[in-house]
Design a protein. Structure first.
Length: 333
């Protein structure tokens, strides 16, 4: 933390809606600067203030273009909008995220729009635990809507469903095979499904296929090992999503804006459903539980590893002990 990063000053400036302060606070929080604890504590007071919309789906489906449209929609309502985009760190897709930035560029100078790209660990462009702190900064900044764009491979450190209130899964008519192969996890995670690029051939078939796949997917996939690998990390977030909400399938052409109003209405309806049924409260609890879980995991692992001495490693080499015995001793000490 630099000297000019006086926490109470940064906090006050973020609360006043200053983007420069939010950008700095975000960096400190995302870098897990120990001095950012005070910031995080304060910003958490705003947790739950925004509708967090996860926009996920395969690369090239039009997530960024669609996000740009949603920004326009919410700006017309006078809402402040925050965007957290996870950049694939893979050099192959590096060009793509530059493109993403250009597509949202028309909003870059709008003081009602705060855009931040977050690094992702590894190649998949997925979410990491720093997303929680980043979201709280944007909530404190006064964003009424926060859009999190992620590829969402199902193998991310954090599952989008434990971050967002409303998950929008984006696909296209050209991704028919993708729909067939869509994992049960993706089917369960979506609250709203979008067939984007509706200007291309095959839109009606794609919508119909998706609808029937959803019917089947939901009926048969729910009780079995839903969310697969994520259970390990976010156990608290993987209960099946009970709810009478039938995920709508909506066709859009983000490039022209077609279908965006309808998508906006669906997102409103989902928010309304969350607050009227108490499901919103349950989801928020699940999000906080996931955030706590990541915090604990990092600290517990680090503390335990700090107790591993050179001598204990020598003892392992000499077979005087074994990893499990040593591990238990570390936890007892
Ligand atoms: N034809 C058509 N192309 C689109 C539409 N939406 C996005 N695209 C194009 O699809 C490509 C990928 O879009 P992008 O938003 O970057 O996808 P992302 O990787 O999911 O974020 C770009 O060339 C967009 O211009 C659409 O509705 N129709
Ligand atoms: Mg994108």
């Amino acid at each position: 933390m630099r000297r000019k990063d006086d926490p109470s000053d940064l906090i006050a400036r973020v609360r006043r809606g200053e983007h420069a302060a939010a950008a700095r606070a975000l960096t400190l929080v995302v870098d897990e600067d120990p001095a950012a604890d005070e910031l995080s504590r304060e910003f958490f007071k705003s947790a739950g203030a925004a509708q967090k919309i996860g926009v996920c789906g395969p690369p090239g489906a039009g997530k960024s273009t669609l996000t740009g449209r949603l920004i326009g929609l919410y700006r017309k309502r006078g809402l402040k909008v925050g965007i957290l985009a996870v950049d694939p760190s893979s050099p192959i897709t590096g060009g793509a995220f530059l493109g993403d930035r250009l597509r949202v560029m028309e909003h870059a100078t709008d003081p009602g729009v705060f855009i931040r790209s977050l690094a992702s660990r590894g190649m998949v462009g997925g979410l990491t635990h720093t997303i929680f702190g980043a979201i709280h900064v944007l909530e404190a900044l006064g964003c009424g809507k926060i859009i999190v764009e992620t590829v969402g491979t199902g193998q991310d450190e954090v599952d989008i469903a434990s971050v967002a209130d409303t998950v929008v899964y984006v696909t296209t008519p050209a991704m028919g095979d993708e729909i067939q192969a869509m994992k049960a996890g993706a089917m369960e995670v979506g609250d709203v499904f979008v067939v984007n690029k509706a200007d291309l051939a095959g839109r009606d078939k794609a919508v119909a296929d998706l609808r029937s796949a959803l019917g089947l997917g939901r009926a048969s996939a729910a009780p079995a090992g839903h969310h697969g690998s994520q259970a390990r990390l976010t156990a608290a977030s993987v209960e099946p999503r009970e709810s009478s909400w039938e995920p709508p399938v909506c066709a859009t052409a983000a490039i022209s804006g077609e279908g965006i109003e309808e998508l906006g209405k669906i997102l409103d309806a989902h928010l309304e459903r969350l607050s009227s049924t108490g499901e919103g409260r349950e989801r928020l609890k699940r999000q906080h539980s996931a955030e706590l879980r990541f915090w604990i995991e990092r600290r517990v692992v680090q503390r335990a590893l700090d107790r591993v001495t050179e001598k204990s490693l020598e003892d392992l080499l000499a077979h005087k002990t074994d990893p499990a015995t040593l591990g238990r001793e570390i936890f007892r000490s």
